[in-house]
Ligand binder design. Structure first.
Ligand code: AMP
Ligand code: MG
Length: 392
């Protein structure tokens, strides 16, 4: 049995960033940027008016002053001439500031006469000009490689005139449930059967983290059935089996991994939930055997598969970040395995669930954090600062 930290580093060691593909900006949301995005142009590319009004020389912006209106410029147009002292040009928001002008008189501060304007008694001092490059300058790295693209990133990339983006291909994941007792949701379970659940939660998590995953038919508790399912699973970047990973009579996963030439990386981790977890690699496909209990499977997915998918995608945004919060209830001394306890985090306070059995999905469903207890950690009291990670 190895420590959680050792297992995680061994697992991440198996992964490389997978290949890059080009996507349309409109399809780029939530994808991982594969190279840095550099501005090729200043934004805005010219000094622009930020208001509707009149462009003029700042020295002319005086109460009661009368100015001759010599033209008009709207967004997308340009004023050909140069503004002289005593002149103004009607200007609309987003239009380039005419040459010779260095201030905008907002419309509300102008009294409009025939060919003239008269500046009102009280006048705004502000110039209302967006300077060329005030948003960003040409040559600046605006987005780093490895960024998971959010809506605002997409808007920024669009403004940079980048209609096609290089992103990491989504890792392809195959998920296999194992067990004679399992039926897929939608079937009528017999009295001694249960409905497979963790596969569905796992698929949702993996897809949220940026993979495309699919659930294969349930493998039964015999080697042939599992081998058949694994045959369907490859090619994939990652194959995940659930259940059958302990040492019971019906636990074949480790043996079948060996048979299909998966080079084992580790088997069994000193953690709760989820001791029976194993991983290995065959060619470029990583194999992970998760424990069958729903909570164990989903907690292990969070702890191991989230950063693994992150490494495959070339981003560190999927690493679990340890934070500190205030404990709301007393906790007993921890045993020898590192314990990830289901908890509910609200306003920096962590209520650790009383029930920590690894089969209890209804408890996991309410949890939004895992409180982390180190091996043999002494008891903790309400009000203590405690380490946790957030759950998706
Ligand atoms: P195993 O690791 O195969 O011994 O499974 C441990 C427990 O998890 C057993 O009670 C199984 O019935 C249950 N289990 C295994 N796979 C699933 C699954 N896909 N969905 C829900 N429960 C499961
Ligand atoms: Mg089983």
């Amino acid at each position: 049995m190895i420590s959680f930290e050792h297992a995680l580093s061994k697992l991440l060691f198996l992964a490389n960033r997978i290949d890059v593909e080009e996507v349309n900006l409109e399809e780029a949301y939530s994808r991982v940027l594969a190279n840095e995005a550099i501005a090729s142009r200043d934004q805005p590319p010219f000094d622009a008016s930020s208001m509707d009004g009149y462009a003029l020389k700042k020295i002319d912006k005086l109460p009661n002053k009368k100015l001759l209106v010599v033209g008009k410029v709207a967004a997308g147009k340009s004023f050909k001439g140069t503004i002289k002292k005593g002149e103004a040009v009607r200007i609309l928001t987003g239009a380039p500031v005419p040459s010779g002008a260095n201030s905008i008189l907002i419309q509300e501060d102008a009294e409009e006469l025939d060919n003239f304007i008269k500046i009102r008694q009280k006048v705004e001092k502000n110039d209302f000009i967006r300077k060329k490059g005030c948003d960003y300058k040409a040559g600046k790295i605006l987005l780093k490689k490895g960024k998971i693209l959010r809506s605002f990133d997409i808007a920024l990339l669009a403004s940079m005139n980048l209609p096609l983006l290089k992103v990491t291909r989504r890792p392809r994941v195959s998920i296999i449930s194992t067990g004679d007792e399992l039926v897929a949701p939608g079937n009528l379970p017999k009295k001694n059967q249960i409905v497979a659940s963790n596969t569905y939660g796992l698929k949702a998590l993996l897809n949220k983290w940026g993979a495309t995953s699919h659930i294969l038919p349930i493998a039964r508790d015999n080697k042939t059935s599992l081998e058949k399912a694994l045959d369907l699973a490859v090619p994939a970047d990652l194959v995940i089996t659930i259940g059958g990973a302990s040492v019971g009579d019906h636990d074949y996963v480790s043996e079948v991994f060996n048979k299909i030439k998966v080079k084992h990386s580790f088997y069994k981790v000193a953690m709760r939930p989820g001791k029976p977890i194993l991983a290995g690699k065959n060619n470029s496909t990583i194999f992970v055997g998760l424990p069958g209990n729903p909570v164990s499977a989903l907690v292990c997915a969070h702890l191991f598969l989230k950063p693994l998918i992150g490494k495959m995608l070339g981003t560190n945004e999927l690493n679990n970040i340890e934070k500190k919060g205030l404990l709301q209830n007393d906790l007993p001394k921890n045993a020898v395995r590192k314990h990830f306890m289901r908890a509910f985090l609200k306003n920096g306070q962590l209520a650790v669930s009383k029930k920590q059995d690894s089969s209890l999905l209804s408890v996991l469903q309410k949890a939004n954090a895992l409180v982390i207890r180190q091996p043999n950690e002494p008891s903790a009291k309400k009000g203590d600062l405690i380490t946790y990670i957030e759950l998706d």
